[in-house]
Design a protein around this ligand. Structure first.
Ligand code: BG6
Length: 491
């Protein structure tokens, strides 16, 4: 079976503002909940810098999955002896023309990027948006349109204006729903004429804690209440978006890491069913428009007494269902009875190799995941993140021979093609994470590189920021110009 993909398939890349954009204090941008995160590494987790009323500095772990609770009276602070990667990131703010040209050079016909909420509403509470913020994204979108690239916009990629986090405990408060809908409305008014594809949230099933959801206690009742409020905000936004932009299509992005059972022991199999529901819970509510029956059991497991819902929420969720299911796929995981819930690391899988960051490499898991989602939700899917974080060795010109990245992508794209061509899963497109090197979300380092383009910058922000295409750049260009047919070729 040929690997060539159906005509009109969207090929591109994906980035997130606080990992890529920089321009922290420019154009009237307010402070985002990610701005207090330090750099880090696999062995030394990045953390928020927070101060207690008595002056003590505390450093809660800011990993997007397992954030430590942040005491109520702790306030975020910037410390002179710390490096905060989001402030400069890799400076897309001043390199957007060059970067978009590089993406267009590979033949991208879509580019997924996120808008920084605090660039549009610096505190989240203003009545009027920040004009300079809108202008920046206008310029970015116009530049993409010039090259025939379709924008795929993430409205909220794991962050919010820090003011909303501090004043209202982030998504724990229902009033943040209105702040979000006001923000989304402004985006639709300004960019809706050029943008058809939207994602209301990034990895909504994975994000927790102070940075991503603004919530100080990221477990149990607080976490699931915040999620419910995000579901309502998304559904209201989808409905409004459809009314304002009749051709628009909406997704939310889910982090998918199929949890295989470690053995066929019935207890392990049942544990894997329940572990997978940790993700399905989110996709089912947003993709089908109602809470599944198993939600009661899942919430009890997380010590949630009762979610606070308004009588109109049932109707809102029904009316604001997603048009397509977007997801990230980097790896599968393996689980067995007794493992912690939502343990992405899980038990190890003896059949798979791992990246230097311990992420199992499982291309067939992508085909598996695509089929699973479509079988269950019966809506088109969109792979909006996939890629390999690796340690690149650049030569004196910044050139990298990244054959390992080519191998990873070739195997995953082949599996994707099989899901589309053999299993007939309708898939709108593929946006690789991340076409230009940027800062890692989980570790805050630059060393974990994903790009087709090398950026000369180290973990502490030193470097010229010079962009140099890697070997994989030319390879991907060839895959795209043949619409996937070249996946059949040997390297
Ligand atoms: C996803 C996020 O979790 O994975 C991205 O949406 C993130 O923001 C990506 O960068 C890869 O993770 P990491 O930790 O290697 O940057």
């Amino acid at each position: 079976m040929s690997k060539e993909l159906p005509k009109g398939f969207l090929w591109g890349g994906a980035t997130a503002d606080f990992q890529y954009e920089g321009g922290f204090e420019e154009g009237g941008r307010g402070i985002s909940s990610h701005d207090y995160e330090t750099d880090g590494s696999k062995d030394h987790p990045r953390h928020h810098t927070m101060k207690m009323p008595d002056g003590t500095i505390i450093e809660p772990n800011s990993s997007f999955i397992l954030a430590d609770p942040v005491p109520k009276d702790a306030q975020p602070v910037f410390l002179d002896d710390q490096y905060y990667p989001s402030h400069k990131a890799v400076d897309f703010y001043h390199h957007y023309k060059e970067d978009i040209k590089l993406m267009a050079g590979m033949g991208f016909n879509v580019y997924r990027f996120s808008i920084s909420w605090s660039r549009i509403f610096p505190t989240g509470e203003e009545e009027q948006p920040n004009k300079a913020g809108l202008k920046f994204y206008d310029d970015v979108i116009n530049e993409m349109v010039k090259y025939g690239m379709e924008p795929l916009i993430t409205i909220c990629h794991d962050e919010m204006p820090v003011n909303l986090a501090l004043k209202y405990d982030g998504w724990n408060s229902r009033r943040v729903i209105d702040d979000y809908v006001k923000y989304a409305k402004v985006l639709f008014e300004h960019f809706g004429d050029r943008c058809k594809y939207w994602l209301t949230f990034n990895e909504i099933n994975a994000v927790r804690g102070f940075g991503p959801t603004g919530v100080r206690n990221s477990q149990g009742q607080d976490r699931y209440q915040a999620d419910h409020n995000m579901f309502v905000a998304s559904a209201k936004t989808v409905k409004m978006g459809h009314e304002m932009m009749p051709n628009s299509q909406f997704g939310t992005m889910f982090a998918m890491s199929a949890a295989y059972a470690a053995t066929c022991k019935p207890e392990d199999m049942f544990h894997s069913l329940q572990e997978n529901r940790e993700n399905w819970y989110f996709i089912d509510v947003m993709g089908r428009g109602y809470y599944p029956k198993y939600a009661d059991e899942l919430l009890q497991r997380h010590n949630v007494e009762k979610l606070q819902m308004e009588p109109e929420d049932t109707q809102i969720l029904k009316e604001g269902q997603l048009d397509f299911i977007a997801f990230s796929y980097y790896r599968s995981s393996t689980t067995k009875a007794g493992d912690e819930w939502f343990n992405v690391g899980g038990s190890s899988n003896p059949y798979l190799k791992e990246t230097p960051w311990g992420w199992p490499v499982d291309p067939l898991g992508l085909r598996y995941t695509m089929n699973e989602i479509y079988d269950r939700i019966q809506k088109p899917i969109f792979i909006v993140e996939n890629g390999m974080g690796a340690i690149d060795q650049a030569d004196e010109n910044g050139y990298v021979e990244d054959d390992y990245r080519i191998d990873y992508l070739k195997d995953h794209l082949s599996a994707m093609s099989d899901a589309i061509n053999i299993d007939h899963v309708p898939c709108l497109g593929y946006t690789m994470w991340a076409p230009i090197d940027l800062v890692s979300l989980s570790t805050g380092e630059m060393k974990k590189r994903y790009g087709f383009v090398y950026v000369d910058m180290d973990d502490k922000g030193n470097g010229t920021l010079k962009r140099t295409p890697k070997k994989s750049y030319k390879w991907m260009k060839h895959i795209i110009e043949t619409n996937g047919a070249a996946l059949d070729e040997t390297n």
